[in-house]
Design a protein around this ligand. Structure first.
Ligand code: F6P
Length: 326
């Protein structure tokens, strides 16, 4: 790809649901770009800012002291306008006006679908950096923010266990993840939960309730059941368990706290690697692709493939959870 037009100016944005590590990736993009003599621009509020012409020229210092901060300092948004061709054409116009020839999108699969259309409709080169707690993107073992999110949820489960065992109750914990059971499976195993409901596996609810009743008779009176939001609503699950077992059941929906907090060391390293790889991929002339890390190697995957539904197929983890329960 050495014949590709030399990149002189790039823009970077964060889009969709924020996650820990987006700032670290931003810092890496900006500083790698400057290292290679490229002028970086940050776009505020994701695609919304791209359409509304909200650009800020960044320097090395613009990204000082952000790598350890949660959220995204350049803000994010879910843009309805960018889903329409008219909005995307406006975005391209704003990029062209500034002679920007490369765009880096830090976000999840909704953001990459938009980036894929932008590539098809213009000559702007675009590379994606996977940043979402859901870890539902193909072409990378981990998305930035997902490991930190598991840590945040785990911290909550550890605390919930204190009250679960003290009051001898059943507790349903609903975690995020959209249609992917990644957070639920990891947090259930790491938190020693008795059961997990995943979107990828149809649950045998009656069997679960039978297990709870029979365990109760043998003296196992406290239970934690983790529910992925894509597998059901925590409140409904808790209501049904209480109805079917007769045991007092409480519910907690962990919600947006899972998106917050400082990125852990693994996410900071991942974000630093992926942000830098995105810039070098643009320099090499790559476009319409996402950078990911598979088995510790940086890889590129077409946006169209990256956005396809990812299955949480790690049944081994589920079997292990059942082997390890009391
Ligand atoms: O994609 C990240 C995520 O946190 C999902 O896990 C969740 O379903 C969704 O975003 C929540 O979106 P919002 O912040 O728009 O309510």
């Amino acid at each position: 790809m050495s014949s590709a037009k030399k990149i002189k100016r790039i823009a970077v944005l964060t889009s969709g649901g924020d996650c820990a590590g987006m700032n670290t990736a931003l810092r890496s993009v900006v500083r790698t770009a400057i290292y290679y003599g490229i002028k970086p621009f940050a776009v505020m509020y994701g695609y919304k800012g791209l359409i509304e012409d909200d650009f800020v020229e960044f320097n090395r210092r613009s990204v000082s002291n952000i790598m350890n901060r949660g959220g995204t300092v350049i803000k994010t948004a879910r843009s309805e306008e960018f889903k329409n061709k008219k909005g995307r054409l406006k975005a391209v116009e704003n990029l062209k006006k500034r002679k920007i020839d490369g765009l880096i999108v830090i976000g999840g699969n909704g953001s990459f679908k938009g980036a894929h259309l932008l590539c098809a409709e213009s000559d702007i080169r675009c590379i994606g950096v996977p940043g979402t707690i859901d870890n539902d993107i193909n072409g990378t073992d981990y998305c930035i923010g997902s490991i930190t999110a598991v840590g945040v949820a785990l911290d909550a489960i550890d605390k919930i266990r204190d009250t679960v065992t003290s009051l001898e109750r059943i507790f349903v914990v609903e975690v995020m993840g959209r249609e992917c059971g990644y957070i639920a499976m990891r947090v259930a195993l790491a938190g020693g939960a008795e059961e997990v409901l995943l979107p990828e596996v149809k649950p045998d609810f009656k069997k679960i309730c039978r297990e709870i009743r029979s365990a109760h008779k043998k003296g196992k009176v406290s239970w934690i059941l983790v529910v992925a939001e894509g597998a059901g609503h925590g409140h409904k699950v808790a209501h049904d368990i209480e109805k079917m077992t007769g045991y007092e059941t409480r519910v907690i929906v962990l919600g947006h706290i899972q998106r917050g907090g400082a990125p852990n060391a693994i996410d900071r390293i991942l974000a630093s690697r992926l942000g830098s790889s995105a810039v070098t991929s643009l320099i090499k002339g790559e476009s319409d692709k996402m950078v990911g890390i598979i088995a510790n190697k940086a890889m590129l995957t077409d946006f169209s493939k990256a956005c396809k539904k990812k299955q949480e197929t790690d049944q081994k983890l589920y079997r292990l959870l059942k082997i390890l329960e009391a």
